[in-house]
Design a protein around this ligand. Structure first.
Ligand code: SAH
Ligand code: SF4
Ligand code: F3S
Length: 435
């Protein structure tokens, strides 16, 4: 790799989950603190950070095509750093396959980016996929610029080892950040203008303080922050929904009535093969408890179709579950065999065509569910947190307490909490009238 001047401008592209997006923001802040500026819209940057996701096949393939596309006509390329979960899982392979990549950095080591950039500028390619004892959170600069709604990573990693999933390998073991660190970062986010904080974790409800306080205690403390209006958390595992956290949905007004609780499949044999460690019945019981304390709660989930060995009848159990629960929104995916996971070598891999057909049927059912939820909201009056301008003159976009996108026309500003009557449900959003 040739030597190059230190980069003056950067661009960070994030491809993954909300935590991946959070990491992308933190990397941008870190680069900013080094005096490197975000590249102006439409202009090439000296440094490109590809913040990758490894959860499904296409995600990784996209990285290689993106690297290819960064090549200029004269054969040169900007300084390229591959970060995120593909970097963690396939660091050495990326270095071998893509000579234009100067830096590979994993999700637990990106606080070391400045040193790696200096190395790369000297013509030395740098790889760091350590999961170091010192945490990135102790080193990263304070947050300065955030929108009305901000993310806060409270917990990382996963000890659950579902048989299809790479996260335990790319993010490592479950680690919780300390209560005092989180309160300090939350205060800074509020000072920077955040009205809503979404607590993030691969298993956010497994968060524990040293003193063994559960997530509800953190939520309780955050609710006392003046200036913070809304609290959310995602993603939760059904087995970590404690009574305390469920009751928080009744007792803490700032905790929004929304729960993302992935189930993956509606059949117990499939759930066992997935090593989900919950059953359909135990999942439904949790939903029941939450609905008892918070009847208006909006429910969301993740689904995988075509897990190895899944039969037609077993898939249909998933459709039945969807109908039974009545979700407000969901994510659904075709099973993707991931290298190194037990499911990748299981018997009974389902043909793509069958997966396509199942996904279509599932998404149609989820769509019906979402439409029903949105239509049932028409006539409600609620608060909307204004997040950005809409396309039309005087139009604003924001979120209802149930995480629905709402647009309305009127006098408002980003960060306002306004009262809105929900008057019409469209495909994916609702239109509202300012009260
Ligand atoms: N910790 C969360 C999910 C993290 S990954 C949980 O357990 O719920 C986000 C979603 O990606 C998962 O819920 C799952 O639906 C999907 N997913 C993970 N691995 C997958 C794979 N190999 N193929 C298809 N979808 C997958
Ligand atoms: Fe992956 Fe399962 Fe952990 Fe979720 S709980 S991150 S699906 S291993
Ligand atoms: Fe993807 Fe890593 Fe998130 S694999 S889903 S970016 S934890």
């Amino acid at each position: 790799m040739p030597t190059a001047p230190l980069p003056r401008t950067y661009r960070v592209k994030s491809f993954g989950c909300q935590m991946n997006v959070y990491d992308g923001e933190r990397m941008a802040e870190l680069l900013g603190a080094q005096g490197i500026q975000p590249a102006p819209e439409g202009e090439e940057s000296d440094l490109v950070v590809l913040n990758t996701c490894h959860i499904r096949e296409k995600a990784a393939e996209k990285v290689y095509s993106d690297i290819g596309r960064l090549r200029r006509k004269d054969g040169t390329a900007p300084m390229i750093a591959v970060a995120g979960c593909v970097a963690q899982a396939e660091g050495e392979e990326i270095m071998a396959r893509a000579p234009s990549v100067g830096i590979v950095v994993g999700p637990q080591a990106y606080h070391r980016l400045p040193g790696m950039i200096a190395e790369a500028a000297q013509g030395r390619r740098a790889v760091d996929t350590d999961m170091p004892a010192e945490t990135k959170f102790d080193v990263l600069p304070a947050r300065r610029k955030v929108g009305a709604s901000a993310f806060l990573t409270v917990q990382e990693g996963c000890d659950k080892f579902c048989t299809y999933c790479v996260v335990p390998y790319t993010r490592g073991a479950e680690v919780s950040r300390s209560f005092s660190d989180l309160m300090a970062e939350a205060e800074r986010l509020v000072e920077a203008g955040a009205k809503e904080i979404t607590l993030l974790g691969q298993n956010v409800n497994a968060w524990r303080d040293d003193g063994n306080r559960g997530l509800e205690k953190l939520i309780e403390a955050l609710a006392d922050l003046p200036g913070l209006a809304r609290i959310r958390y995602t993603t939760s595992h059904p087995n970590d929904m404690t009574d305390g956290l469920i009751e928080a949905h009744r007792d803490i007004e700032k905790l929004m009535p929304f729960l993302h609780l992935p189930v993956q499949a509606g059949n117990d044999r499939v759930l066992r093969a997935m090593n989900r460690s919950h059953t359909v019945a135990s999942y439904l019981k949790v939903l029941d408890q939450v609905r008892t304390v918070r009847p208006d709660i909006a429910l969301s989930g993740d689904f995988i179709v075509g897990f190895p060995g899944e039969t037609d009848t077993e898939f249909e159990d998933t459709l039945k579950l969807v109908e039974m629960v009545g979700y407000s929104q969901c994510f659904s995916f075709k099973y993707s065999p991931r290298p190194g996971t037990p499911a990748a070598t299981m018997d009974g891999q389902v043909p793509t065509q069958v997966m396509d057909e199942r996904l279509q049927r599932l998404q149609a059912a989820l769509n019906v569910s979402q439409q029903a939820f949105n239509h049932a909201s028409v006539g409600r009056r609620c608060q909307v947190l204004v997040e950005r301008k809409g396309k039309l003159d005087g139009q604003w976009l924001g979120k209802s307490p149930w995480l629905q996108s709402v647009h309305f026309i009127g006098d408002a500003a980003i960060g306002d909490l306004v009262d809105v009557d929900l008057i019409e449900a469209g495909g994916i959003s609702l239109s509202g009238r300012l009260v």
